[in-house]
Design a protein around this ligand. Structure first.
Ligand SMILES: Nc1nc2c(c(=O)[nH]1)N(C=O)[C@@H](CNc1ccc(C(=O)N[C@@H](CCC(=O)O)C(=O)O)cc1)CN2
Ligand SMILES: Nc1ncnc2c1ncn2[C@@H]1O[C@H](COP(=O)(O)OP(=O)(O)OP(=O)(O)O)[C@@H](O)[C@H]1O
Length: 197
């Protein structure tokens, strides 16, 4: 499972899997993830939090977004560059005016942005993941490029349905490591394979 054709095939299968979840399963997952994250120290300690509006069967963060607004957190959404595979993050408020990007995902129409490294926490949608905490995204390399030169900030937290887990994903050199992955049933802390010294 290391070549590009395998990755494309796996991505197609896992996307079909999450799109196949029922409305009830989706709602249940969204609520469980909101409950799991609501009181987590990473969320509690963060003031500037980027997340996403669900698309293509991704876990909805709508219940969590409402809780974060109630806690007066600053919430941001990714805004994709019209031509390049890069993102910046736009402030998202309850009454933000929105516009759809080239992938038909709504983005805030605002001039209030924050640079990737000025965020405290980023919740990113996963297409697939494994027990080591490796991730598979939509394939655009958006998150990988945006956080390629990350230091301590921001914390990156992958969000996925339990059914997105696979036995093992290949590790690409450009993959940005996640601090953890949260699903509707588990909290996965990445363990790097043991390298003998
Ligand atoms: N909800 C959400 N927002 C997000 C992402 C995401 O994965 N999920 N992104 C994370 O990267 C960025 C957008 N990247 C994306 C990359 C590919 C496709 C996608 O659906 N591609 C279609 C082809 C669509 C087209 O070209 O018109 C496909 O592959 O079938 C969507 C978003 C920023 N916002
Ligand atoms: N830091 C980077 N600089 C330049 N190109 C990159 C970088 N990171 C990833 N890429 C390119 O982006 C493409 C997509 O990468 P990959 O298949 O790992 O996407 P992904 O992790 O699924 O997507 P995403 O990061 O949007 O969730 C690859 O062809 C890779 O060469």
């Amino acid at each position: 499972m290391s070549n590009t054709a395998d990755r494309i095939q796996l991505r197609r299968e896992l996307r079909a899997r999450r799109r196949g979840l029922s409305e009830w399963q989706q709602r249940h997952a969204a609520l469980r993830i909101a409950r799991r994250l609501q009181h987590h120290p990473w969320v509690h300690q963060a003031q500037h939090i980027a997340l996403y509006l669900s698309n293509d069967g991704e876990v909805s963060l709508q219940p969590l977004i409402h809780l974060l607004w109630l806690q007066n957190k600053h919430v941001y959404l990714p805004v994709v560059h019209p031509l390049q595979q890069r993102m910046r993050f736009a402030l998202y408020r309850r009454h933000s005016l929105m516009r759809r990007n080239r992938f038909d995902i709504p983005e805030p129409r605002t001039t209030k942005h924050r640079a990737p490294y000025e965020l405290d926490l980023v919740l990113l949608p996963l297409v697939g993941f494994d027990a080591l905490g490796q991730r598979l995204g939509m394939g655009g390399g958006f998150y990988d490029r945006t956080f390629a030169r990350r230091g301590m900030r921001p914390l990156l937290l992958g969000i996925a349905h339990t059914c997105q887990q696979v036995a093992r994903l290949p590790n690409a050199p450009w993959d940005v490591p996640l601090n953890a992955i949260v699903t509707d049933t588990a909290w996965i802390s990445p363990r790097r394979p043991h390298v003998p010294s």
